[in-house]
Design a protein around this ligand. Structure first.
Ligand SMILES: Cc1cc2nc3c(=O)[nH]c(=O)nc-3n(C[C@H](O)[C@H](O)[C@H](O)COP(=O)(O)OP(=O)(O)OC[C@H]3O[C@@H](n4cnc5c(N)ncnc54)[C@H](O)[C@@H]3O)c2cc1C
Length: 363
């Protein structure tokens, strides 16, 4: 396994860090348990992939040969598409879409903001990492403001007219954060077309918004190594064969997680984990000269609307017409009319899910 960072900082539950409900230490994991499984971990970055000679060159200069290569590079921010938003601007208007320093920066800005301030979140068009993520973030920031800075306002400027678990989120916002949280759809002028970091200003088709704290979640694409390896197409994401997650562009290279175009599956950690298992099974079959069996995959995304208020969406996926599609009637969302006990139970399921996936992955 090649990984440059000695510590992984997980995005799920990082919105709770931003809202001051959780310490970032709880998001951090090392690779010792993986090493203990006798997997050799190269603390280095893949720099080049040569599909012809089946070789990966690392930044440190080592060269690794492969029979099959699995890429799971996550996302890269597209710095070239939103005028005014570059890496320098991100130091003033954090994206906090890669967990770590950016998460803490957004937290500090919220803490420093006076009561009565305006927070703006700009949410991107599809596809992007974690479809419910911007709305969970809005909810938990609203929770923080309601507790600590109740005269403040939160505006979500959206490049879309609809989003994951929308009815559940909006019903909860009406109940918990009336007058505090405003969602502006694309049709109502929500799409941010340019930003000015110095003045913390966002321009949309209809208006200009000035924020005290601005969280810009910009457009994304597959992690940079995907394009270098020749597995990303013109969309910036990676087309795969869903029975094995083998790239449709490069033989013997598999792509899983956010970087892959996985049909109806969202870009989530749960989905990435499910895809990893299917991919491992397929690679084992292929190395034995066998044909991978068509898989069934599942995903569940929990979101917190408040610390004791959880909602979820679940899906089951199979291959239909060469792509991953929903198994009809197999998934669903939390009921719209659930009682507080049910919401509290789902919040505890969310935490249990995170503990389980983290311990399964990092020991
Ligand atoms: C705010 C927020 C909340 C979220 N909440 C949830 C949630 O509740 N539930 C859920 O299921 N998902 C959630 N997600 C989504 C989840 O974080 C991602 O879907 C998941 O991390 C995808 O995993 P991945 O392996 O594709 O990418 P990553 O987790 O980003 O891992 C990619 C790894 O590849 C490494 N890498 C990249 N390039 C190279 C290279 N060239 N050489 C070597 N290593 C490289 C990186 O260092 C990194 O460790 C959330 C995301 C955000 C932003």
């Amino acid at each position: 396994m090649v990984e440059p960072n000695p510590v992984f900082t997980a995005c799920p539950f990082s919105n709770a860090v931003i809202a001051g409900l959780r310490d970032i230490a709880m998001q951090r994991f090392g690779y010792d348990a993986i090493r203990a499984e006798e997997i050799s971990v190269a603390a280095d970055q893949a720099k080049l992939v040569d599909g012809q000679s089946r070789r990966v060159t690392l930044r440190g200069g080592s060269v690794l040969d492969y029979d099959r290569l699995v890429l799971a590079p996550g996302i890269a921010i597209r710095w070239d598409v939103l005028p005014g938003y570059d890496e320098v601007a991100a130091a003033m208007m954090p994206h906090a879409w890669l967990a770590g320093e950016q998460t803490l920066l957004l937290r500090r800005q919220l803490e420093a903001m006076p009561d009565g301030g305006t927070v703006v979140i700009a949410a991107p068009a599809n596809p992007f990492r974690c479809p419910p993520g911007p709305y969970e973030r809005a909810s938990l920031i609203a929770y923080y403001l309601k507790q600590s800075k109740p005269r403040s306002k939160l505006i979500v400027l959206d490049a879309k007219d609809g989003f994951s678990k929308q009815r559940l989120f909006q019903a909860a916002w009406e109940q918990l954060y009336p007058g505090l949280l405003e969602w502006v759809s694309q049709s109502n002028g929500g799409k941010v077309t340019s930003v000015d970091a110095k003045s913390r200003t966002m321009v949309t088709d209809f208006a200009t918004y000035k924020a005290d704290v601005a969280n810009i979640i910009p457009p994304q694409q597959a992690g940079t190594i995907a394009a270098i390896a020749g597995v990303a197409d013109q969309t910036g994401w990676c087309p795969i064969d869903p029975s094995s997650f083998e790239s449709r562009l490069q033989p013997n290279v598999h792509v899983i997680g956010d970087a892959a175009i996985a049909g109806a599956m969202p870009k989530s950690a749960f989905a990435a984990n499910a895809q990893a298992k299917v991919c491992a099974d397929a690679v084992a079959a292929l190395l034995h000269g066998e044909t991978p069996q068509p898989p069934k995959l599942i995903n569940t995304c929990y979101s917190l609307v408040a610390p004791d208020y959880g909602i979820s969406i679940a899906g089951v996926y199979h291959i239909a017409d060469g792509r991953l599609a929903d198994v009809g009637g197999a998934g669903g969302v939390s009921p719209l009319d659930a009682l507080p006990d049910f919401r509290a139970l789902e919040a505890s399921y969310a935490e249990a899910w995170f503990r389980t996936i983290a311990s399964e992955t990092f020991g």
